[in-house]
Ligand binder design. Structure first.
Ligand SMILES: [Zn+2]
Length: 237
């Protein structure tokens, strides 16, 4: 790394643009970045570069372990330095300015027994590149959950499955596998959900492959899919 004393000044346009870039990285909360004029300001950047410059001349800083580690890692390894820069660019370009502060991130990463909450958290975290691999939990906590379940009629399920004859009533593909008892695996879905006072009846139920069933509950086009099923059931009556 070749540095010239005369260039390590806050008015150097290169240092100014580096300062602007560092200020822009969504590592710190936006408030912290915009409130403090000094945050990653050209003079601070000049100061950091100054350390590296003096290290290049053999100066040792006992109190600057991070700077020393960076210097030792990248000083003689141009490739590693370029990779690190590319890594930073890639990471933050892909986030396009979205920022989740550390407290929010910790909240999102907290395990939960609530399915809906879990799904919400996963959806938020999917947009976030994690800094490190999650440790997971070798021994997840268990919690007794009480929730209301509908009492469903087995004969409705059996009749709908019989009507489907092993083919998904939405995509018309064969069941992806057989159950342990040798019958085709399809899932019975209520067209008008029981939670919306739909009846547990053959007319309100369809046999779906797991893909189509999940699609009815989770897809972007679930409303269209539901309408398609409603129409299909109306026409079959
Ligand atoms: Zn299907």
């Amino acid at each position: 790394m070749i540095l010239d004393d005369a260039l390590i000044i806050a008015t150097n346009p290169l240092i100014q643009s580096l300062s602007a870039f560092l200020n822009d990285l969504p590592i710190h909360p936006p408030a912290q970045r915009s409130d403090a004029k000094e945050f990653r300001d050209p003079d601070g950047v000049r100061g950091r570069i100054g350390y590296f410059h003096r290290m290049s001349k053999g100066q040792v800083y006992d109190d600057r372990r991070l700077q020393t580690a960076i210097w030792e890692k990248y000083n003689n390894d141009q490739k590693a330095l370029e990779d690190a820069v590319q890594g930073i660019l890639k990471k933050y370009q892909s986030q396009s300015g979205t920022y989740i502060d550390a407290r929010n991130l910790a909240r999102l990463q907290k395990p939960t027994a609530d399915r809906e909450e879990l799904e919400h958290k996963v959806s938020k975290l999917l947009n976030q590149e994690t800094i490190s691999l999650p440790k997971g939990n070798a021994n997840p906590e268990r919690r007794a959950v009480s929730r209301e379940e509908y009492i469903r009629c087995p004969q409705v399920i059996a009749t709908v499955l019989g009507r489907a004859k092993g083919k998904c009533e939405l995509c018309r593909e064969s069941a992806p596998f057989d159950r342990a008892d040798g019958t085709p695996y399809l899932e019975v879905h209520h067209v008008i959900p029981l939670s919306e006072i739909g009846p547990d009846s053959v007319e309100n139920a369809v046999a779906l492959c797991p893909n189509c069933h999940r699609r009815c509950h989770h897809s972007k086009d679930k409303d269209e899919t539901a309408n398609q099923l409603k129409e299909m059931m109306m026409n079959s009556v």
